[in-house]
Write a protein that binds this ligand. Structure first.
Ligand code: F6P
Length: 403
């Protein structure tokens, strides 16, 4: 008799919609007469010690809109299979044998692995070792090729857009430059989409090389039109001109990115003598309830992943290729990161609106060169100082202290 039990796990960084996938898979299993078990803490729960819970309609009720994952997750540990984008590590044979024994002992018809690029690289090694796996793509970065959308992305964009909406009003009131640092390790999708949706003026992403000169150009061009505030959105993975990625090296695994926003703000202040503030959105983008779009997408992923197991299409990842949900080999899906096309429709639309990517001087800028712009700033500063001196004389006070 063929096995009627399916295993499921969530691996890597969490994101909104993981619970919706679990619920979708469990309900779908139940309809088809399958039991479901969920392994705890990602791949770690598969072996030594094996840790899992039975998943039923009852204990997955009410989790559709919950952030995080009821199964727990990790992007570190014994199963880490990736260091950089194309840097794969081989998992220990003893671990692979241990996992296979767990799958056999629990009589699993298949194992659904929900994860991003690194986690799916582990699933691929399981597959090559003969363990029956199917993949579900997850990452807020939306950077997996083969699928138009990963769940969690829409929720992260909604979070970043909301932050920009809030920054907009305070930036305008105080005539400040605000820099919003968002996630996006290899790809700038979150920065691009939230920048468009939230009315950003400058968007800096890993795919487009940019310069401080051009960013400053945009800020001054806005000022020349009476707009005395500017919103800059920067992806954490955007490279600093001439200096590369900003973050901390980690002992094992990937570098922890972060900090570029502060550098951008400091440099704007230094060059333009304008007040520039920074907000780092960080893990807020990974928390909270999934958006409606992500709930629908995640539920479909859960149900279709079960279908792949039932059809014994092991080694495949379910993906969204509108209007269809279809399976592709995991190997193909993880081979290539899906990056923003710098000539793509979204970038073109943004440019058409006057959004700067920091790669070229603003077209309708009042300055013909960066030098001219700097000169203008310096003379403005001089006039401001002269005005302050005059005010001191007129008021017969000690000094006018700039605040
Ligand atoms: O891959 C998704 C992601 O959110 C990246 O944008 C970010 O660099 C990374 O995860 C952060 O992971 P961690 O929480 O482990 O620092």
């Amino acid at each position: 008799m063929s096995s009627k039990r399916i295993g499921i796990l969530t691996s890597g960084g969490d994101c909104p919609g993981l619970n919706a996938v679990i619920r979708g898979a469990v309900k779908s299993c139940s309809q088809l007469g399958y039991d479901c078990v969920g392994f705890l803490k990602g791949y770690e729960g598969l072996y030594d010690p094996v840790q899992y819970i039975g998943l039923t309609r009852k204990n997955t009720t009410g989790i559709l809109n919950q952030g995080g994952t009821i199964l727990g997750s990790t992007n570190k540990g014994r199963f880490a299979a990736t260091v950089g984008v194309s840097d794969r590590q081989q998992i220990d044979r003893e671990l692979l044998e241990g996992v296979r024994a767990t799958v056999d002992q629990l009589g699993l018809a298949g194992l659904i692995c929900i994860g991003g690029d690194g986690s799916l690289a582990i699933a691929q090694q399981f597959h090559e070792f003969g363990i029956p796996v199917v993949g579900v793509p997850k990452t807020i970065d939306n950077d997996l090729s083969a699928t138009a959308y990963t769940f969690g992305f829409d929720s992260a964009v909604a979070c970043a857009t909301d932050a920009l909406d809030r920054l907009h009003t305070t930036a305008a009131s105080h005539e400040r430059v605000f820099v919003l640092e968002v996630m996006g390790r290899h790809a700038g999708w979150i920065a691009l989409h939230s920048g468009i949706a939230g009315g950003g003026d400058v968007i800096l992403i890993p795919e487009i090389a940019w310069s401080f000169e051009n960013v400053c150009h945009k800020i001054l061009e806005r000022e020349s039109r009476g707009k005395k505030f500017t919103l800059v959105v920067v992806a954490e993975g955007a490279e600093l001109p001439g200096a590369g990625l900003v973050g901390r090296e980690q002992q094992a695994g990937q570098a922890r990115l972060g900090g570029i926003g502060q550098i951008v703000a400091d440099e704007i202040e230094r060059r333009l003598h304008r007040e520039a503030r920074v907000v780092v959105l960080g893990h807020l983008q990974r928390g909270g309830a999934p958006t409606t779009f992500d709930r629908v997408l995640a539920t479909q992923y859960g149900a279709h992943a079960v279908r792949l197991v039932v059809e014994r299409r092991f080694g495949e990842m379910i993906c969204c290729q509108p209007p269809r949900m279809t399976g592709v080999p995991i190997r193909e899906a993880i081979d290539q990161i899906r990056r923003v096309d710098h000539d793509g429709d979204a970038v073109q639309a943004a440019r058409a609106l006057g959004i700067s990517f920091g790669d070229q001087p603003t077209e309708d800028s009042p300055f013909t060169s960066y030098q001219e712009m700097v000169h203008e700033i310096e003379s403005r500063l001089e006039s401001a100082e002269e005005a302050a001196d005059a005010a001191v004389e007129d008021a017969n006070v000690e000094a006018v202290v700039p605040v």
